[in-house]
Design a binder for this molecule. Structure first.
Ligand SMILES: [Zn+2]
Length: 128
């Protein structure tokens, strides 16, 4: 009973990169900005054993989320910088590409998280 009350919400589970089933085990092995290992993912949940590799090539679909995130970053920051500072085209291009590059680990991870939360068919444990 006590265990269920401390469970985090679905949204918090996604934000904290937790297992979609138990929302306690971490999905990724290393910190987000560990430059060489940010993409390393556990094969199974360290807490409940839920398999994160639902089927071969499952995360290929995450690239569509990644594309959408990148377009959003380019449009929001491109328009924002253009309206606020009105820089020349090369500076603006360098800025938005730099931001997109810096956001790459977050983009990679949240694309996969959206993919597994939305399309894996993993049952979410009930919040009692
Ligand atoms: Zn789990």
């Amino acid at each position: 009973m006590m265990e269920n009350k401390t469970r985090i919400s679905l949204f918090q589970g996604m934000m904290h990169q937790k297992c979609p089933h138990c929302r306690k085990g971490k999905m990724f092995e290393f910190a987000t900005y560990n430059v060489s290992k940010f993409s390393k993912m556990h094969n199974k949940c360290p807490n409940c054993g839920q398999d994160f590799v639902v089927e071969p090539g499952f995360y290929t679909g995450a690239m569509y989320f990644s594309y959408a995130f990148n377009v959003a970053i380019l449009v929001i920051f491109g328009l924002g910088f253009n309206i606020l500072f009105n820089p020349d085209v090369l500076t603006l291009t360098a800025l938005v590409i730099g931001i997109s590059f810096l956001a790459m680990p977050l983009n990679f991870r949240y694309s996969r998280i959206l993919m597994i939360y939305l399309f894996s068919g993993i049952k979410f444990k009930e919040n009692n």
